[in-house]
Design a protein around this ligand. Sequence first.
Ligand code: ADP
Length: 192
Amino acid sequence: MLNIVLFGPPGSGKGTQSEHLIKQFELIHLSTGDILRVEIAAQTELGVEAQKRMDKGELVPDEVVISMISKIIEKNKNAKGFIFDGFPRTQAQAEALDEMLLVHSTKVDLLVMLDVDEEVLKKRLILRGEKSGRADDVNIEIITNRINVYRSLTKPVSKYYKKQGKSFPINGMQTEAEVYSDISHVMRKFVK
Ligand code: ADP
């Protein structure tokens, strides 16, 4: 298996780059944000609870997302690998992911870190909100909160991977094609 964590702040292009990567490398795209939005649309109990946090720009509890991811990994034991997009977002999630993968004798191979300045992120998210109407993209206070949550809870998680020599920083302010070219360059080192 080839398992990649696409890491970076909200609006750094994780979803966009995942779309390209799944086509080229035939990996399963696992976006916790997308899965949660499906639950919200279906108004499941999980979705209703998650929405309260998401609409404020806060994180959904670790045990909720960890259990979602665990079920999907379980169902796709024979996959070529996964792209984790928006997960892990806390240290507890990172450690849980390691355990889940270890059960299947696999691991996180690399973390791709998309670096984008905060001012650029805010502009991108406002623009995305105008197009998609996504509740957490339309309001600057919620956007700012998400960026702050990223800075305090999520960004430190990258150190966990850096210590293991698995972190690859990429300039996420280049064009979409340039960012993708940099990511595939890194990925090729891991594909046999
Ligand atoms: P973005 O990265 O652009 O903010 P996502 O779709 O990844 O968008 O996430 C949207 C929201 O979903 C987050 O603000 C958070 O509330 C929730 N969420 C997504 N992934 C996680 C996660 N791994 N842990 C906790 N909450 C999450």
